[in-house]
Design a protein around this ligand. Structure first.
Ligand code: SAH
Length: 250
């Protein structure tokens, strides 16, 4: 089989945060496959075919990309941030494993991207300087009880927690429940950041104590970062604060 398939992370939004390798993979592709708002972030290239789809049909999209590549096309599947972090890369490998053996002969490449947690952390200071984890609050593919168990375990273990997919129209209540669960383990003064649309024109960042964290501050473009007892803040000249994790934990 001669086809090529790149799975490309576009970064969090700003063009400068898309890697040169990602740009090259996108420019080389004959076909782009992805969720429409992500495809809209990719510069247009003459003759390139775009296959836009709804965000809920990841596996169909992955199969379609593999079929295109198997037919000899040079395909790029796009995801925001890093494609391997709650993104399309897993769907492609799931489809590959369940699909024709021939798909395993394709030239497949995963091109890393800057995930939302890294873009948000850079805005905030250095909150990930010690141990951290990432949890998606979406219960589309896992039971909500498991999400709550993982939140409690992560808080008890002292991880900084990056919450992806914190809130959507279909799941308006879950972030509130997640914060209440964290309040059972973490002190009320634990620092929490809501980093919305980082690196995009509508970027908005707020930092507060866990006791004051209001789920309404989050939407689907927000990354919520939960600090630990060790997370420190330093006032900045503009009235906001830097957040950072000391390099040594007690
Ligand atoms: N693969 C992506 C994550 C996809 S899940 C990545 O690596 O970043 C989608 C979630 O990512 C959103 O609900 C939000 O929590 C987070 N996210 C994506 N872009 C963001 C941005 N620019 N600012 C803040 N959070 C973002």
């Amino acid at each position: 089989m001669t086809g090529h398939l790149s799975i490309v992370g576009l970064g969090p939004g700003a063009a400068g945060l898309q890697t040169p390798d990602a740009s090259a993979a996108l420019a080389e592709a004959t076909d782009l496959v992805g969720y429409l708002p992500y495809l809209q972030r990719v510069a247009r290239s003459i003759g390139q075919v775009r296959h836009a789809s709804d965000n809920r049909v990841e596996l169909d999209r992955a199969r379609h990309a593999l079929e295109l590549a198997a037919s000899g096309r040079v395909v790029a599947v796009v995801s925001s941030g890093d494609a391997g972090v709650f993104g399309m890369a897993s769907a492609v490998f799931e489809a590959m494993e369940a699909g024709p053996v021939g798909w395993r002969q394709l030239d497949v490449r995963v091109v890393p991207g800057i995930s939302a947690v890294f873009a948000a952390a850079a805005r905030l200071g250095a909150p990930l300087g010690h141990d951290f984890c990432a949890i998606s609050l979406s219960d589309n593919r896992k039971p909500w009880a498991l999400v709550l168990r993982r939140l409690t375990a992560a808080a008890q273990a002292g991880f900084v927690i990056a919450l992806y997919n914190p809130r959507s129209r279909a799941r308006p209540e879950q972030l509130g429940e997640a914060l209440d669960t964290l309040r059972l383990t973490l002190a009320p003064q634990t620092l929490v950041a809501f980093a919305r649309a980082v690196s995009r024109p509508e970027e908005h960042v707020e930092i507060m104590a866990l006791a004051d964290a209001d789920p309404l501050l989050a939407d689907m473009s927000t990354l919520v970062l939960i600090g630990t007892a060790e997370t420190r803040s330093i006032p900045r000249a503009d009235g906001t604060v830097w957040l950072y994790a000391p390099r040594t934990a007690c």
